[in-house]
Design a protein around this ligand. Structure first.
Ligand SMILES: [Zn+2]
Ligand SMILES: [Zn+2]
Length: 123
């Protein structure tokens, strides 16, 4: 998954090396997802291998590195998981939904605040 510009500064300077090590050495090019993605389409470890056709879709697998706690600063190997794009996207989806819900709620609260503050206007 591409690093979003607003998050780039949160990654350590040697992130590229860490990511490469996880994908090529620890994972040996294979998706390390054991079902964390919640897709429910693979039992046990995901069979997708970097550069090979992905199961189900046949599109080329691009191995990425996911942060299990969604915190880019936390590059403890235990927090990192090499994941194919399918698992990674699915894994992040719930998180994105929560984040979106949080910012929506904040926006509603801010709007409520504005309404409250501006509520004395007479019409
Ligand atoms: Zn996978
Ligand atoms: Zn998976």
């Amino acid at each position: 998954m591409p690093i979003r510009p607003e998050n780039r500064s949160r990654y350590p300077a040697n992130w590229a090396a860490i990511s490469l090590h996880i994908r090529t050495v620890r994972a040996a090019g294979r998706c390390e997802c054991l079902g964390e993605c919640g897709r429910g389409t693979h039992a046990g470890r995901c069979p997708n291998v970097n550069g090979d056709p992905a199961y189900g879709t046949g599109s080329k697998v691009v191995l990425t590195v996911a942060h299990l706690d969604h915190t880019p600063e936390n590059c403890d190997p235990a927090n990192l998981r090499a994941m194919c794009q399918g698992c990674h996207l699915h894994y992040d989806r719930d998180h994105h939904r929560q984040t979106a819900a949080r910012s929506r709620r904040a926006a509603v609260e801010a709007a409520g605040q504005l309404t409250f503050e501006g509520g004395t206007q007479s019409t």
